[in-house]
Ligand binder design. Structure first.
Ligand code: NAD
Ligand code: LMR
Length: 328
């Protein structure tokens, strides 16, 4: 038996947690021979519901689930963590932009960053899901400066999956036929799903979808607004698809990326594509399979894509300015 991986999940009694936890405990995320110890973190008002979640996890009798600790104490919650999935935070309601949550959620990530720095394992990897995830990740990372910047990620995989699904439907192909579909920028209504470098069965998207006006218009808008459309339909924000995207993000970071593909995740910019160093921005990335990712170089966004990307980067800079007092 391998040594158990310690996986900390915040907001564990929430909607995403409910979809995410059984999949981690079952071995789908970290592998069929990898035991996991779960540290489930909630705020005090969530602890009663979390006790019920723990009962259900126990009742699944997962062979790979080594132990569960449910806590509202951040030091205990991140103790020895190899992976931290930061989901806990308030979701937006209809009519809000994700950045409207910064005032409520931003400060959560100060204490969490500090507690991760104090308690996590040396090989810690952090994925921020709670919104606005790019800037929340920036806050946590800056409050844990002894942890290398290449360990911090924010989730744009859901946007990638949405974009793939929309393109596949329009082109009359399967999702799996689409590769190199990257999200650039912020997980927000300015994100840019790059249809110009994406491929369908190895060919440019334009071969299957010649209608450039649709690609530049409804396609981008629908991906940008998909989260809001789900809130309008469900009265709650996406959870099953969000949990699935979190799982795929972790898997993509832990597996070597095929040479003919890339995946989307927001990570600390190294200055690539003119993006300010340290800003948590989504790029096309590749992983070697060691829990890290590097930004794919030399992708030509073209004039249209570059202008869209710049709008999203500008928004990230605005968000950073909004939380400047949270960044030591
Ligand atoms: P939810 O309200 O169902 O659950 C959130 C949970 O977090 C609650 O149980 C709450 O008690 C807990 N919580 C709040 N503050 C906390 C803190 N300081 N520490 C620990 N736990 C805390 O919400 P949800 O639907 O699970 O969504 C969670 C977050 O994920 C939201 O911010 C949402 O907008 C975001 N989200 C992001 C993406 C993405 O693609 N990045 C996708 C979907 C949702
Ligand atoms: C999503 O994209 O579904 C999430 O970020 C939730 C939201 O507020 O849209």
């Amino acid at each position: 038996m391998k040594k158990p991986l310690v996986v900390s999940v915040t907001g564990a009694a929430g909607q995403i947690g409910y979809s995410l936890l059984p999949r981690i405990a079952s071995g789908q995320v970290f592998g069929p021979d990898q035991p996991v110890s779960l540290r489930l973190i909630e705020i005090e008002p969530g602890m009663k519901a979390l006790a019920g979640v723990v009962m259900e996890l126990n009742d699944c009798a997962f062979p790979l689930l080594e132990s569960i600790e449910a806590t509202s104490d951040l030091d205990a919650g991140f103790d020895g963590a190899n992976w931290a999935l930061l989901v806990g935070s308030v979701p937006r309601k209809a009519g809000m932009e994700r950045k409207d949550l910064l005032g409520i959620n931003g400060k959560i990530f100060i204490g969490q960053g500090q507690a991760i720095e104090r308690n996590a394992s040396d090989d810690i990897r952090v994925l921020v899901v709670g919104n606005p995830c790019n800037t929340n990740c920036l806050i946590a990372m800056n409050n844990a400066r002894s942890i290398p910047a290449d360990r911090w990620f924010a989730m744009t995989r859901l946007d990638e999956n949405r974009a793939k699904s929309a393109l596949a439907e329009k082109a009359g192909v399967h999702n799996r036929d689409i590769t190199k579909l990257a999200i650039w920028g912020n997980h927000s209504s300015t994100l840019y799903p790059d249809f110009e470098n994406a491929l369908i069965n190895g060919d440019p998207v334009s071969k299957f979808i010649p209608e450039r006006a649709w690609l530049e218009g409804d396609f981008i808008k629908n991906v940008q607004q998909r989260g809001a459309a789900i809130i309008a339909a469900r009265g709650l924000s996406s959870a099953k698809s969000a949990a699935h995207a979190a799982i795929e993000t972790v898997q993509a970071l832990r597996e070597a990326t095929p040479a003919d593909d890339w995946h989307s995740v927001a990570l600390a910019s190294d200055g690539s594509y003119g993006v300010e160093k340290g800003l948590i921005c989504s790029f096309p990335t590749r992983s070697k399979g060691d829990g890290s990712a590097s930004i794919v170089q030399g992708v030509d966004l073209g004039e249209f894509g570059q202008a869209k990307f710049q709008l999203s980067v500008n928004e990230l800079l605005e968000e950073k300015a909004m939380v400047s007092e949270l960044l030591p």
